[in-house]
Ligand binder design. Structure first.
Ligand code: SF4
Ligand code: SF4
Length: 451
């Protein structure tokens, strides 16, 4: 072996010794009609490529069956993916914390007929067959489940990266002993000190803080999940400073969803329109100041679009909005399949409610995941919005709470402006809401701000 080859082999060994065990076992790629999806570990990302790149990177000689249709080369977004990238599995609905905004309405009793280890293993087998990259395990409080470590090990053996969300209030000792089996562990933390109580309705900051410090002492990939409400919005900077001080690997910001107990308290806790408009400038400043990795959930895309980011750039970065039933699926504690973790199970097809351990059979069925996959039929102002193919009309869960799930997201700034305009006069209300054909054409009327 030459000196150069020995040096290269030593470098590979050194890299491997620095790579956590979960990362070494992760699925590396998946072929798609448009090309392929590759899993990058540093920085962690799923990268979408066209066919020529995938052919070179994988050294393919023969054309795979997925690439039979030449028209689909590079055509991401022409249909749905061949399978979800990620599944959010709500392993249990048992949790004693009683948070006022809990989107699953978790209780100490849990849900009726919750699945156990054998059923969830079967679900993972199906997800692996379909080509899923990640599972996000949550609850309720999944850390309290005695078989959580075995389930995570099963996911790893199948090449699926298991990530976990926990309140940090239960099951910490066991979690510390199995934390190396998870890709990322995020503790739910909506505020520092009293702000935690204002959002969650009880004082749990000290326990969550203790869990974070203990996990971070054992593992690098530890972060926080923050549900953004009007109570903690003004205090986000304190939370970012805390995350930086604890050397957390990420802060994930989630929009408040009217689901579970969250639906009851939606009017009191949801952010105001002004806060939604101020959200992205605030994040950009915070990311620079605190040098943090900030992530936002899919439902924030309308607030991103409000600041007129270049659609081509968002497309390149695969920044998508409501991809429930496409990039994402969820499952309830009894295995009922959902489009995402916040959504209710879809209507039954052929009298059968879809289950996560039968994902493949449902995925390609006509009408599957309606209305999530029906975003191309969007009404105004989404129909004329240049972000529609990325945003897909905003959050279906928020729309369903205030009207029909297929309606435009009522919290999108463009939708808010449009509705004000439409409601400002009878001529406007009579139109279908197309700003070009209707409202905008009325002489003397204010025009819809074009984004
Ligand atoms: S409904 Fe759509 S945007 Fe809302 S959380 Fe689910 S996938 Fe995300
Ligand atoms: S108008 Fe519709 S498609 Fe455009 S950003 Fe708002 S919710 Fe998304």
């Amino acid at each position: 072996m030459s000196v150069r080859e020995r040096a290269r082999a030593a470098l590979t060994r050194a890299r491997q010794s620095l790579t956590p065990a979960w990362a070494q076992r992760a699925r590396s790629h998946r072929l798609e009609p448009f090309g392929a999806i590759f899993q990058m570990l540093r920085p962690r990302a799923l990268v979408f490529t066209d066919r020529p790149y995938a052919r070179r990177a994988l050294g393919l000689r023969d054309e795979p069956a997925q690439w039979a249709d030449p028209a689909l080369d590079g055509a991401l977004g022409a249909g749905v993916l061949s399978a979800p990238l990620e599944a959010h599995l709500q392993l249990t609905n048992r949790c004693a914390a009683g948070c006022q905004g809990c989107y699953t309405g978790a209780s100490p009793q849990g849900a009726p007929a919750e699945w156990g280890l054998a059923e969830w293993k079967r679900a993972l087998d199906e997800l692996a067959r379909c080509g899923v990259f990640h599972v996000a395990l949550g609850g309720g409080e999944s850390a309290a489940l005695p078989w959580l470590g075995e389930l995570a090990e099963h996911a790893l053996a199948l090449g699926i990266v298991p990530n976990l969300t926990t309140s940090g209030l239960e099951g910490l000792d066991r979690l510390l002993s199995i934390c190396d089996r998870f890709g990322q562990i995020n503790v739910s933390l909506d505020g520092v000190g009293d702000v935690y109580r204002a959002v969650r309705g009880f004082d749990g900051f000290a326990a969550a803080d203790h869990a974070l410090r203990a996990l971070r002492a054992r593992k690098r990939e530890v972060g926080i999940n923050v549900v953004v409400t009007r109570q903690n919005f003004e205090h986000l900077d304190e939370l970012f400073a805390y995350a930086r001080q604890q050397r957390l690997s990420e802060v994930e910001l989630l929009r408040y969803k009217p689901a579970g107990r969250g639906a009851r308290n939606y009017q009191q806790l949801r952010c105001t329109d002004a806060q939604h408009r101020a959200f992205f400038p605030l994040l950009a400043r915070a990311a620079r100041r605190h040098r943090l990795r900030l992530k936002v959930d899919c439902s924030y895309t309308p607030m991103l679009a409000h600041h007129q980011m270049a659609p081509a750039l968002l497309h390149q970065l695969v920044v998508y909005g409501c991809t429930g039933g496409d990039f994402l699926v969820g499952a309830k504690p009894g295995g009922q399949l959902t489009a995402c973790s916040f959504a209710a199970p879809p209507p039954a097809l052929d009298g059968q409610r879809p289950r996560v351990d039968e994902l493949a059979a449902y995925w390609h069925a006509p009408g599957a995941f309606a209305p999530f996959r029906d975003w191309r039929q969007a009404q105004e102002p989404c129909r004329s919005c240049k972000y529609l193919s990325l945003c897909r009309g905003g959050c279906r869960v928020v729309s369903a709470h205030t009207g029909r799930a297929i309606d435009p997201d009522p919290e999108c700034p463009r939708v808010v402006d449009f509705r004000k305009l439409v409601n400002s006069g009878p001529a406007d209300a009579a139109s279908d809401g197309d700003p070009a054909a209707g409202v905008g054409a009325v002489p003397g009327r204010r025009h819809l701000p074009v984004i």
